[in-house]
Design a protein. Structure first.
Length: 235
């Protein structure tokens, strides 16, 4: 990991006690004091879970609708057909269509953040697996991005619905707001996300489930929370 040597960063880092595991409220209040960038930084949560993602029964993936959204305007591509194209656009999709967008992606176009598709289009989207799969953009029913109700899906993702999946190291990294959010909004989003993660604990996961929990701004230092206190907090 690259070392941060910026003067502002080093000053902000002094606010964080080395080796300390913070309780939830203290960490959430502190993270908003670590702003150093001129842009509106993202509040990010990083988790390491007590799972072995090599085993299918220990995969952790799902979706959650944050009550206050992420603060980011996500660009949604809806791959569908017929009247669903107009429905997707009316719900807020930035792009909507069928084969023409599949061809654009094959030619290298990737100016979107989420792909949502109706089931009838999946056989055609399958050939985009190598392109979308490596970037985590392949539509999947478990993430809510393959659905017959594309209007509802677009609306939810525009409002702040998150799709997440544990990586090969057992980690999950997601945005839960912006630096200009109030502490109360960040806390509500944090609790909603962690509650969902707790609900998704695989039966095969043994021992401590929440191994590490940290929060930070895009350009700020990480603030580590006490996993036991986080588990108790989300109940």
């Amino acid at each position: 990991m690259a070392k941060h040597r910026g003067k502002k960063y080093l000053e902000i880092a002094k606010l964080i006690e080395t080796g300390k595991l913070y309780d939830v409220k203290e960490a959430l209040e502190l993270v908003l004091k670590t702003k150093t960038a001129k842009f509106n930084e993202t509040v990010e949560v990083a988790l390491r879970l007590g799972v072995d993602p090599r085993h299918a029964e220990q995969q952790v993936r799902g979706t959650v609708v944050l009550p206050h959204g992420t603060g980011k305007n996500v660009r949604i591509l809806a791959i569908t057909s017929g009247e669903n194209i107009d429905k997707a656009l009316a719900a807020g999709a930035d792009f909507a269509g069928a084969e023409e967008y599949i061809e654009k992606i094959q030619q290298g176009w990737l100016d979107f953040d989420i792909v949502i598709a109706t089931p009838d289009m999946m056989p055609k989207i399958g050939r985009l697996g190598k392109i979308l799969g490596t970037k985590g953009l392949m539509p999947n029913p478990k993430s809510g991005t393959v659905t017959p109700n594309i209007e509802q899906a677009v609306n939810e993702f525009k409002k702040g619905k998150l799709a997440f999946r544990v990586d090969k190291l057992g980690s999950i990294h997601v945005p839960i707001g912006k630096a200009d959010f109030s502490v109360d909004k960040i806390e509500e989003n944090f609790k909603t996300f962690l509650t969902q993660i707790t609900r998704l604990k695989p039966a095969a996961s043994k021992g401590q489930y929440l191994r590490t929990v940290a929060i930070s701004l895009t350009m700020g230092p990480g603030i580590k929370m006490d996993p036991a206190l986080v588990a108790k907090y989300v109940g």
